[in-house]
Write a protein that binds this ligand. Structure first.
Ligand code: 5GP
Ligand code: ZN
Length: 113
């Protein structure tokens, strides 16, 4: 998608702090962190959210999460972490390219919402 900020980040047209990349995804630092460690897992394929996700994209996302599970210590998440994916207005989704927030690096609030 030409006007998608995360597609531009994935292509390298917009700079980001990239911690991991493979054929399926990139993991970058969020520009406005809401936790000591706040990362974004971006599937390389553009789709807006999990409602728009195809079966094949769901399989790719599962593979991405499995790979993430093998690198959490290296990412500074050994004490635990929270995964969040916002969809739509009520959840305040601001970028229409599916992304998983990865939050951790310290004690998080015990309630969400
Ligand atoms: P959403 O609100 O859609 O769930 O999350 C979008 C996230 O993308 C926000 O946490 C925001 O800080 C992050 N973000 C927006 N623009 C950029 C950017 O240009 N670079 C990076 N690294 N993160 C961004
Ligand atoms: Zn995109």
């Amino acid at each position: 998608m030409d006007d998608c900020i995360f597609c531009k980040i994935i292509k390298g047209d917009i700079p980001s702090t990239r911690l991991y990349e493979d054929d399926d995804m990139v993991i970058i630092k969020d520009i406005s962190p809401q936790a000591p460690v706040h990362l974004l897992l971006l599937p390389k394929e553009h789709y807006a959210n999990i409602i728009e996700m195809s079966e094949a994209q769901a399989a790719t996302l599962a593979r991405c999460l499995k790979k993430l599970s093998a690198m959490t210590d290296k990412l500074g998440l050994s004490g635990g972490f929270r995964l969040v994916s916002n969809k739509g207005k009520d959840a305040c989704q601001s970028v229409e390219h599916l992304h998983i927030h990865i939050l951790g690096g310290g004690q998080l609030a015990d309630r969400m919402g």
